[in-house]
Design a protein around this ligand. Structure first.
Ligand SMILES: CC(C)(COP(=O)(O)OP(=O)(O)OC[C@H]1O[C@@H](n2cnc3c(N)ncnc32)[C@H](O)[C@@H]1OP(=O)(O)O)[C@@H](O)C(=O)NCCC(=O)NCCS
Length: 178
């Protein structure tokens, strides 16, 4: 398996991976919603505000992950991990965790100080995330599942409470995604 930064010529293959994987796990409607989100990321998000990584096997993309910039009024450099997909036939073999760690290390090398995500604490705790209250890390939109609001420092130490508001990229700025 080979991990790398995505190549924009793979946009269609990546979109298809997300549609298929999320349709398999959460139904067709969720598959389409996530497919739309990643297409939006790749088509309309400034490259300074986006990281996308892929895992390939035999030249096929079998997993992919997105990180997009979050702006905090405090000025801390931060990205949100969402979404990540490992093709249904390749799940449960450690690929998801390897890809997430590869992405987090690349962010760290590029001076990013904080990673946040929104999902299942049981899974994301395996790659260093812990549950946060919105008093510590303000969320950009109202959270339907505050228990899934997670973060980790990429510079070591505890996360100090961040004051002020936060903002996400336009493609994520939709109440139904939160
Ligand atoms: C979630 C996902 C990215 C994990 O990738 P993966 O390669 O299958 O996971 P790994 O093999 O690295 O890790 C497996 C571990 O995570 C746990 N795990 C996997 N998927 C999980 C999920 N959806 N919820 C909770 N735990 C999960 C497994 O129980 C396993 O734990 P164990 O090692 O203690 O047995 C992948 O299963 C996937 O794409 N699922 C469908 C889409 C999705 O839910 N994406 C995440 C939300 S954005």
């Amino acid at each position: 398996m080979e991990l790398s930064i995505y190549n924009p010529s793979n946009v269609k293959e990546i979109e298809q991976l997300f549609i298929q994987t999320f349709s398999d796990s959460e139904g067709q409607s969720e598959g389409e919603t996530i497919g739309h989100l990643v297409r939006d990321f790749m088509n309309s998000t400034d490259s300074n505000n986006l990281y996308c990584f892929v895992a390939k096997e035999n030249e096929q993309i079998i997993a992919s992950i997105f990180f997009t910039r979050m702006i905090f009024e405090s000025g801390i450099s931060a990205f949100i991990l969402a979404p990540v997909a490992v093709h249904t036939d390749h799940q449960g073999k450690g690929i998801g965790q390897k890809l997430i760690n590869f992405g987090l290390n690349t962010l760290k090398e590029n001076g990013v100080e904080l990673a946040v995500t929104y999902g299942d604490p049981n899974f994301y705790s395996k790659v260093g995330f812990t549950v946060m209250t919105e008093k510590v890390v303000p969320a950009p939109l109202k959270l339907e599942y505050p228990e899934g609001w997670l973060a980790q420092s990429l510079v070591g130490g505890e996360i100090e409470p961040i004051t002020g508001k936060s903002h996400c990229v336009e493609a994520l700025n939709k109440p139904e995604l939160w």
